[in-house]
Design a protein around this ligand. Structure first.
Ligand code: PMP
Ligand code: GLU
Length: 401
């Protein structure tokens, strides 16, 4: 049957995050008490005032037709204003903004618009699973520069410089980072910006979707640095900070030519994002930020809880994540050990499978994020679930010989 399908799809990896979430959901439906820590999804409900705005938009009856492809003008203006005032991206105007069906869609638009066959894209690794597959789909070649546990999984500007070739078209990172939770400081981003500026026509894609879950209190947008607006595509969205994963609203702020290209491709693929969801997103952006701040405070509390519990498990090595809602511990100390059924743990995949079957806790293998010695644990779950999950993990790992 695979022969009827294109090489394009046959060569594509399934999203490991969504695949693990699907497996966990299926086991749960079979009545197994799985604690899902695999999906990067807030466990909070979308704040009430955003829900109310969506209901009001339905009652107004004005948002049932095709929205403008790049998004409603008032939403684009509000996004541009936020980027100018909060992110210090002074040049941002509505015309630079394209609203899409989630930031994943924004990223797909970007790579489809930038990449020619054989173009290279440097990815700061560990990285979010979908970057590499979308780059390959567009005909590009992902080139990884890797951070490690010792430097908080932050690859450096010097590594970027080394990796750039004649074929390098773009660079992509997320900060706060999925999967490591690390945050690039302003100084680190300034060094990266200098390298980007040293090559003609090189652009950087700054994935800032976890901007509002940052425990350092400092978020730096590379697009705000001198000379960087024309070289940066800032990606953001509402899924994480506003707990709106299912509403599917993301956006870019890009130099005009790139914004127009993204609008063009979106006009052929999907048209404008869902009208009601855009109205809800606007309410999120301009309304009370209290619920967002409360969610961020809750994530910080959970971060500290999980940190304490992880540190109590022999063999697990972790840094302290500064944002997002992930831990990315190094679990290579367990490689070579055997399960009670005498199966060898030889990889992070084996480790995750063992914990799924034995502890009934789902994590995601670091291999999918370009870091095969780690696993990703999402702590977007309740404190009681986290305590129970970490207890089960500890007990199950103690059984390895
Ligand atoms: N970027 C990163 C780093 C992510 O973790 C995600 C996961 N949702 C996305 C982009 C896409 O977000 P969404 O499509 O839900 O807006
Ligand atoms: N971004 C989240 C994650 O990494 C949601 C799933 C996905 O789209 O990958 O788990």
């Amino acid at each position: 049957m695979n022969s009827i399908l294109s090489d394009r799809i046959n060569n594509m990896e399934e999203s490991a995050t969504l695949a693990m979430a699907k497996t966990a959901r299926e086991l749960k439906n079979q009545g197994i008490d799985i604690i899902g820590l695999s999906l990067g999804e807030p466990d909070f409900k979308t704040p009430k005032h955003i829900q109310e705005a969506a209901k009001a938009a339905i009652d107004e009856g004005k948002y049932f037709s095709y929205p403008p492809v790049a998004g409603y003008q008032d939403l684009r203006e509000a996004i541009a204003k936020k980027l100018r005032e909060q992110n210090h991206i002074r040049e941002a105007k509505a015309e630079n903004i394209v609203v899409s069906t989630g930031a994943k869609h924004s990223i797909a638009n970007i790579f489809m618009c930038l990449i020619n066959e054989g173009d290279e894209v440097v990815i700061f690794a560990p990285y979010w699973v979908s970057y590499s597959e979308i780059i390959k789909l567009a005909g590009g070649v992902p080139v990884l520069i890797e951070g490690n546990l010792e430097n908080n999984f932050k690859a450096t500007a010097a590594q970027l410089k080394e990796a750039i070739t004649d074929k390098t078209k773009a660079v992509i990172y997320s900060s706060p980072c999925n999967p490591s939770g690390s945050v690039f400081s302003k100084a680190e981003l300034e060094a990266i910006a200098e390298v980007v500026k040293s090559k003609e026509d090189l652009v950087v894609i700054a994935d800032e979707i976890y901007e509002l879950i940052n425990f350092t209190g400092q978020h730096a947008s590379i697009a705000s640095f001198p000379g960087m607006f024309e070289r940066t595509i800032t990606v953001n969205g509402f899924s994480k900070g506003y707990a709106m994963t299912g509403w599917r609203v993301g956006y870019i702020c890009a130099p005009l030519a790139i914004a127009k290209a993204c609008e063009k491709i979106q006009g052929q693929f999907t048209s404008g994002g869902t009208g009601i969801a855009q109205r809800a997103a606007l309410a999120g952006l301009v309304g009370d930020q209290g619920p967002t701040e409360e969610m961020a405070a809750a994530y910080l509390k959970r971060r500290d809880l999980v940190l304490e519990l992880l540190r109590d498990i022999p063999g697990i090595k972790t840094h302290v994540p500064e944002g997002a809602f992930y831990f990315f511990p190094d679990i290579s100390a367990f490689f070579g050990k055997s399960t009670p059924e005498n199966k060898k743990i030889e990889s992070a995949d084996d480790f995750c499978l063992y914990l799924l079957n034995e502890a009934h806790v789902s994590l995601v293998t670091g291999a999918a994020f370009g870091a095969p010695n780690s696993v990703r644990l999402s702590y977007a779950a309740s404190e009681s679930e986290l305590k129970e999950a970490l207890k089960r993990i500890k007990e199950s790992l103690a059984k390895l010989k």
